[in-house]
Design a protein around this ligand. Structure first.
Ligand code: SAM
Ligand code: SF4
Length: 326
């Protein structure tokens, strides 16, 4: 699948639910969103059908995300169905890890190869405050331990930088990579409809983060762990882990975008932002061939995102990343 700008798409991020058990300050409003109705959400069989169709067109990698994917019942069943598609070489999952302790083993057995875990602070009270769910820190720690015990590697840890809430922990996160084989990825806060004040007033650039990390010790640029995503990686000499930065605001990486997104309601989105999406669900339920729709979506994949700090315009009406899977 090659788009009009010469980018090859081999990667699909699949959101399995728009709901979440957390309310991260930068993502979801405290009161939640207008949730999709059950019948609007793709079944596992329908998701697998989309993946099989795209696999026949060049898809090789799938990431399961949400909302929080682990709140959807029997997620391992979907994992197995996707893992059974011969063309899919890489199957990964993004989670907040709150429910991971109980599911890590089953997910590994079913075929999840890699995990990305969101962890915005190393301090219990801060995690609870940022996620606006008391008690989440201890659950997340149990989840992280379970992930390591069952052998998930590499573990990528996503940290969204928020001025005044976790930016004084940049050095602490970076130091972990000297002890553990974790790949800490600092992410620049992106503006969406629900977080315009926060994203405008509490933005921290990854350049700032790197400047601070470099004061600890010199960093060497390295190839990242398998994944080939938007992050740029560095390492302290001899460290088992890496420090990565994801810079959607300061340096967009749209020119090497290799992905499309399938929302929980079956909309195929060629870009995380903007308002372009193709309804695959209804044609799928009507027994139509999805290939022409997928080809057309690829054809109109935008050259880049147009996010603007302090404005909802650039995100194309997107209220929260949980709606598209981030
Ligand atoms: N619930 C799962 C989780 O938190 O990992 C998966 C979905 S979440 C939408 C995917 C990623 O998007 C997380 O790493 C989260 O921190 C990130 N994210 C959400 N809203 C964001 C925003 N406004 N700016 C930057 N990253 C954001
Ligand atoms: Fe939930 Fe993930 Fe959004 Fe946090 S970032 S509210 S865990 S979907």
């Amino acid at each position: 699948m090659i788009d009009q700008f010469g980018r090859t798409v081999r990667y699909l991020r699949v959101s399995v639910t728009d709901k979440c058990n957390l309310r991260c300050v930068y993502c979801m409003p405290l009161e939640g969103l207008d949730w999709l109705k059950r019948e609007e959400i793709l079944t596992y069989e329908e998701i697998a059908e989309v993946v099989r169709t795209m696999a026949g067109m060049g898809l090789e990698r799938v990431r399961i995300t949400g909302g929080e994917p682990l709140i959807r019942r029997d997620l391992s069943d979907l994992v197995k169905m996707i893992a059974d598609v011969p063309e899919i070489e890489d199957l990964s999952l993004s989670t907040n890890a709150v429910l991971l302790a109980d599911q890590a083993e089953a997910l590994k057995q079913a075929g999840v190869q890699r995990l990305n875990i969101s962890l915005d602070s190393l301090q219990a009270d801060r995690v609870d405050a940022i996620s606006r769910r008391p008690g989440s820190y201890s659950k997340i720690m149990e989840g992280l331990d379970a992930a390591e015990e069952v052998g998930f590697a590499p573990l990528k840890i996503n940290v969204v930088l928020i001025r005044g809430q976790n930016d004084d922990e940049i050095e602490d996160f970076a130091r972990i990579t000297r002890e553990r084989p974790w790949h800490i990825r600092f992410i620049e806060l992106m503006p969406t409809g629900a977080n315009l004040d926060l994203s405008a007033n509490s933005f921290v650039s990854c350049a700032d983060a790197l400047r601070r990390v470099r004061k600890i010790e010199q960093l060497e640029p390295v190839d990242g762990p398998f994944g080939n995503g938007p992050a740029t990686y560095y390492r302290f000499p001899g460290a088992p882990g890496t420090v990565g930065v994801i810079t959607p605001m300061s340096h967009n990486y749209c020119d090497r975008c290799n992905r499309m997104r399938l929302t929980a309601s079956g909309q195929l989105r060629p870009c995380l932002f903007g308002d372009i999406e193709t309804n695959l669900r209804d044609p799928l339920r009507a027994g139509q061939d999805l290939r022409p729709l997928i080809e057309e979506t690829l054809r109109i994949k935008p050259e880049r995102h147009y996010l603007i700090q302090g404005s909802a315009a650039g995100s194309g009406g997107l209220v929260a990343l949980s709606q598209t899977g981030g």
